[in-house]
Design a protein around this ligand. Structure first.
Ligand SMILES: Nc1ncnc2c1ncn2[C@@H]1O[C@H](COP(=O)(O)OP(=O)(O)OP(=O)(O)O)[C@@H](O)[C@H]1O
Length: 230
């Protein structure tokens, strides 16, 4: 793997029921880079992300993520890989019976972080996403955009170097989407690599970054500013 890459796929293939969904894919995400992954429904975007957090193992090829050889990683090491990743998905997946503070603290308690550090870090990441004042609220009392910001805070708690975001603006109105995108830009500007799956071409045009399209099992770079306009 190049010393600048945080994710590298080499000749990666995934086949379901004899149908190749990803066919000999080569891809790398550089340290601190922001990239989009687009493609039609069923093109294989979720499968691509699942490979990175080892929810799926390729039929062929190698996958490096941070220092991990993911395809051959023993199951016992998978939690360590996942700690290096901040994962933000479309469905908010917050614990409904815990406060905002507890939702963020939970992911740190699970890995045995010290309680004094948990307190400091939870307040820090809630500050980063602009929700310190909502720390005692329950998820159901927050707007969709605020809930997504809590999910982002939670994903940052354990100081990952890579964020995987699957349709993070998918359920949000344009204003809330813009605030999530501004937040992701800010996080990226602080050095976090971000790989974001989206169907939202307006967002890709408004916040242009390297854009990769999955189609017919292959991946190709496309020009973000021309999306949807040809
Ligand atoms: N476990 C599985 N077994 C069989 N086929 C699967 C499995 N998982 C996904 N597929 C198929 O592989 C293809 C790619 O699925 P995937 O979910 O990766 O696509 P996607 O680009 O994320 O789609 P969407 O945008 O709808 O979420 C689809 O045709 C899907 O039906």
């Amino acid at each position: 793997m190049s010393t600048h890459s945080v994710i590298e796929f080499k000749n990666v293939s995934v086949t379901y029921d004899h149908r190749a969904v990803l066919n000999n894919i080569n891809f790398s995400l550089e340290n601190g880079e922001f990239a989009y992954l687009i493609g039609q429904t069923g093109a294989g975007k979720s499968s691509f992300l699942r490979l990175i957090y080892r929810d799926l193992v390729p039929d062929h090829g190698s996958i490096q993520v941070a220092d991990y050889d993911v395809a051959s990683l023993p199951n016992s090491k998978v939690p360590y890989l996942r700690r290096r990743l901040g994962i933000v998905f479309q469905d908010f997946q917050l614990l409904p019976d815990r406060t905002v503070y507890e939702n963020v603290a939970f992911s740190m308690k699970v890995i045995g972080a010290k309680s004094s550090y948990i307190k400091q870090r939870v307040l820090e990441v809630l500050g980063m996403v602009g929700l310190s004042h909502k720390r005692k609220s329950m998820p159901e009392d927050l707007s969709g955009g605020e809930q997504q910001r809590v999910v982002i805070a939670r994903s940052l708690a354990n100081e990952p170097r890579i964020m995987l975001a699957d349709e993070p603006t998918g359920n949000l109105d344009p204003e809330a989407s813009a605030s999530i995108m501004e937040l992701l830009q800010k996080i990226n500007n602080r050095g976090m690599a971000v790989l974001m799956v989206t169907h939202d071409y307006d967002t890709v045009r408004d916040y242009p970054h390297r854009t990769l399209k999955l189609q017919d099992g292959s991946i190709a770079e496309v020009e973000p500013r021309k999306l949807g306009k040809v």
